[in-house]
Design a protein around this ligand. Sequence first.
Ligand SMILES: [Zn+2]
Length: 365
Amino acid sequence: MTTRNWIKASLFGTSAAVSLLALISISTAQDGSPTGAITTRTHTFTPIRDDIYHVVGTGTVNVMSHAMLIEGEHDLLVVDSHVTPNAGMALLDAIKSVSDKPVRYLVNTHYHFDHAHGNQVFPQEVEIIGHPYTRQKLSGELGNVLEESTFLSFTESVPDQIENMRAELAQTSDPARTEELRARISMQQAHYESSQEIVPTPPNITVDDKMTIYQTVDGGGREIQIVHLGRGHTGGDVVVFLPDERLVYTGDLMVPGIPYMGDAYLNEWPDALERLKALDFDTILPGHGPVVQGKDRIDDLQAYMRDLWQRTAELKAQGLSFEEAATAIDLTGHSNNYPQLREPGADPRAIRRIYQLLDEQDGQP
Ligand SMILES: [Zn+2]
């Protein structure tokens, strides 16, 4: 067992928690049923089904990924914990505006920093559920995740970003820009400080293939399936599937844009997405980006991944370095689905990863 570390995150200094309640707004329809979102200072909770919310940051705290909240009769299940103890604490505080029930389960869709480094602020009695690979990663069994290129590539540049914004702030005379910069500097400062306090905290319950929680709700048990569909975005993603609500929370296994691929199993990911499509749902809550209806966007991502893999393999066979391939690769045929592909090029971290996988296939270290 790992000792859960408690860090009292500083939520923008002083009065955030106090002012939170004053800022809650709840939209209601004529008949009084909730139709709109519940918005706190830090989060928007959009009801997707009865008592099931897609949770998105408002931009006052750097949360870096979405979450999901499922409210039962006695307790709550949360999916993903954001990027820092600070962001995780903001999530826990915001949840109190939606429900006074305790969080019982936290599911980590995968080990990535932006989904799991809020884990440590969840109370000791909260069970954290994830794939064994997520546990191995966050427990340090496979090395320190805080020293991995994925974590570093997103966090190392933050102090420079803050410095650049400070420099611009000193120059600008535009009041709107001044205000925007001040807010952003303050947010990124809090983000950076909290990122120094991260203690990777692994799941204490692991799911190899599938587990089901029957959450007590009025009149029965809500079936919540936690399912591993094969390697994809990481070596151990799980999705949270609610068959009766025809809804799935996909984390980064399926997002409406092009997901980060630096730790991916690109040669296996389209197959995992095929198994995702076999689940019976019509609504996807992604870990980043807007809610997706239907399954067509999954086809789009599979098609892009298969071409990305194929063309990268061709460029590698021609002797290009991964950096050269990342500049040269032409996937403009997918630009209708992904506007950034109007110009050739791809994320070099994705291409480097595909080179690694190709080397492994060829039996090279
Ligand atoms: Zn991720």
